[in-house]
Every structure is written in C-alpha cells, then in structure tokens.
Design a protein around this ligand. Structure first.
Ligand code: ISC
Length: 370
C-alpha cells in the first residue's frame, strides 16, 4: 500500500469517528491498522476472541476489543527515517506538580518502611496544550522509536491514545511464551559504560522474582535470561527475558491474570500496592499501565523457507499468536490537550527528588514530539 493512502485512511476513519488502531511492533517495518467498520464498543469476554485488545490498569474495568472479523486490515512496509528528536529539551517547571508528586513518593516510602509493602509504582499525569494533527504525531513516533511498540488507538466512546512502549507483557506462539522483567531507569548519556546502583538492581530483581515464582506452576521449560541494559528513547532500563512453554490447561487469560499488573507498573505485594495506588495517586490511570495488542491471530508458518528445499514448504503450519505490550510512554488526547502519563518504581532506597526527575525524563519520550 502507498504510504499516503495508508495515513489518509487513518485520517478519514478518525474524522468519521470510527474506531481504529494503527501500530508497528518493535524492530519491524510493517505498520498495520485495524479499521473497525462501525462505532460499536466491544468488550473482551474471555481472551479467546481474535482481534486487538486495549485493557486498563484496573482489570475490574472493561477491556476493549476490536474484533478481527469486524475490521478491515490494512498494512504498509516503510522504513521511517530516524528523526532523532533530542531537541526541545524543556525543563519541567510545574512546581505544584513537583511538590505534589514528591509528597506522594514520600508517603509511599513511609508505607514501605512501616508495613508489608516492598515496592510501589507511583505515577502522575502531565497536561499540556495540543492542537496538532494526530496522524502527524503518530508518524513522528514511528520515525523516532524503531525499537518500541508504537501505536495510535481510537474509539469515539473511549478516547484517543498514542504511545511508544518498550515493554512486552506477553508474547505467545502456539504453546511457547515470552515475557520480560523491565524496570530500573537512568538517562542515556551516550556512553558504552553503564553502571547501575543497588536500588535499581534490586527494584528490577523484585520484578523478575515475582514473574518467575508466579509463572512456575503454570508453565514448563522456564528459562530466565541474562540481565541486560536496554535503550528506550533517551532512557536505559534493566531487562531480563523470560520464556517457556504454557501448560495445556492454561489459556491466555490465566497467564494475563498472573502477570498483569506486574511489579514493574504496580508493586509488591500486588494487592497492597494496587490498593495504595488507587487510594493515593489522586487521578485515574485509565489505560496507562494497562496493556494492548493483538490476540489469537492465526499465522501460517513455513518450517523451511530455503528455496532449494521446495518439498519442505509443504510443511506449512498454522500457529495462533498473541503479542501484548504494557501501555507505557503514552499519552491521551482530550479536548485539545495532551495528557502524558509517567511513573516509577518506589522502594525503601528511593530518593524522592530523583524519582521526580525520572518521571520528568520519561515525559520526554512523547513530549518532545508534541
Ligand atoms: C511505570 C513506568 O515505567 C516502568 C518500566 C520501566 C522502568 C520503570 C522504573 O524504573 O521505575 C517502571 O517500572 C513508566 O514509564 O511510566
């Protein structure tokens, strides 16, 4: 498909107030869009549906589905130029927000010191004027973040969200699954030498341990990779890849229930942290730190694509795949304003002002493109 046609279709769908999602998975050239044919709001019932899911942080609330059989699917292969948007290095001067967020972090630390809470991820929303073209903003995200899941999601009854997230929640192909423990943040300073402090190493280890111990009884051949440093925009994170085979009795829903929300976006113990967040953050996260992506998509896989082995091409198999991402580094556009959502993991060793600065650095992922 021609680039201009693809984006024109997104624009007309948006103008017609019809639901759509356009996205590009990490390190891929394919930008795909599901254009729902009518404006109906579909909910996910049991994660056995096929289509694109958009789920909130609070799973007591509704997860939205764009059912594959109700959508036109279009796609595009394009190498978007890396624009390197390091300009616009604005310093956040919202003093009220700063004091308020620091107080929230201090409350979190106090609660960790005096109770059962080990870690809590505390966040805020930063609002700024926005009156530009949505499709252009999506193109800028595509050009800037080639290793992230970049998306633009719209439903007239729910809202308009865009983001460039570095975090996979769950990838399933047949019985094979992959997930990751992603936590700990520092700014990227162009140096090959990266050192991590104990606070970040421990914060990320808590996430890895949680995922591994909770998945153990539902999977086999569990493999925990080496600790890596990964770059996401202007930030670095610690990451551990985790993979294995799902036990036959475990469907997508049961694994999502184990993983979401992970201590990378909620905390530990999960329920105490979630309660603390819902009671103290003072705003509604909505879909920030929820998850999004395709579920139960049938894909044909050729076992051998070597042309000399033509007879092997007969062994093409159909696999069901799902790929869900945690909704981070995202924003919502409402009434000509951009609502940018950012947070960070708080532990007993957190320094409130540094945690504030981390959230400021995280806003830049999307703020620099507005
Ligand atoms: C909650 C966010 O990031 C999570 C993912 C990576 C690193 C994080 C951290 O260092 O705190 C967070 O756990 C966010 O970006 O809003």
């Amino acid at each position: 498909m021609i680039v201009q046609d693809f984006f024109n279709q997104l624009s007309s769908h948006f103008l017609a107030k019809l639901p759509f999602v356009a996205f590009r998975k990490p390190n891929s050239l394919e930008v795909k869009a599901l254009l729902q044919k009518d404006a109906q709001l579909h909910s996910v019932i049991d994660f056995k549906e096929s289509g694109f899911v958009f789920s909130p942080f609070d799973t007591n609330k509704q997860s939205v589905l764009f059912p594959l059989n109700q959508c036109d699917v279009i796609s595009l292969e394009e190498n978007f130029e890396d624009l390197d948007n390091d300009n616009n290095d604005t310093i956040d001067t919202e003093i009220d927000q700063k004091q308020q967020h620091i107080q929230l972090i201090q409350k979190g630390i106090k609660s960790i010191e005096s109770g059962t809470l080990k870690k809590v991820v505390l966040s805020r929303v930063q609002i700024q004027e926005f009156d530009k073209d949505i499709v252009q903003l999506f193109k800028n995200l595509l050009a800037s973040y080639t290793t992230a899941m970049v998306y633009c999601w719209y439903h007239p009854q729910v809202g308009l969200w865009l983001g460039a997230t570095p975090e996979t929640l769950l990838q399933v192909e047949g019985k094979r699954f992959k997930t990751m423990s992603l936590a700990g943040t520092q700014s990227f300073s162009n140096s090959a030498e990266v050192t991590w402090k104990t606070k970040e190493l421990e914060e990320q280890q808590l996430v890895t341990d949680y995922i591994v111990s909770n998945l153990k009884s539902s999977v086999s051949s569990l493999n925990v990779g080496k600790l890596e440093t990964v770059k996401a925009g202007n930030l670095l994170h610690l990451k551990t890849k985790i993979s294995g085979l799902l036990n036959p009795e475990n469907g997508l829903l049961s694994v999502i229930n184990i993983l979401h929300p992970t201590p990378a976006v909620c905390g530990l113990p999960k329920h105490t942290a979630k309660e603390f967040i819902l009671k103290n953050e003072g705003y509604n996260r909505e879909f920030y730190t929820g998850f999004l992506g395709e579920i139960n998509i049938k894909q044909s896989k050729s076992r051998n694509t070597n042309r000399r082995n033509v007879e092997n091409n007969a062994y093409t198999s159909i696999k069901t795949t799902s790929h869900l991402f945690v909704n981070l580094r995202c924003l919502q556009i409402k009434n000509n304003q951009a609502h940018i959502y950012v947070g960070g993991g708080i532990t007993k060793d957190s320094v409130p002002v540094q945690e504030w600065e981390e959230t400021v650095a995280k806003t830049k992922t999307v703020k620099n493109l507005l």
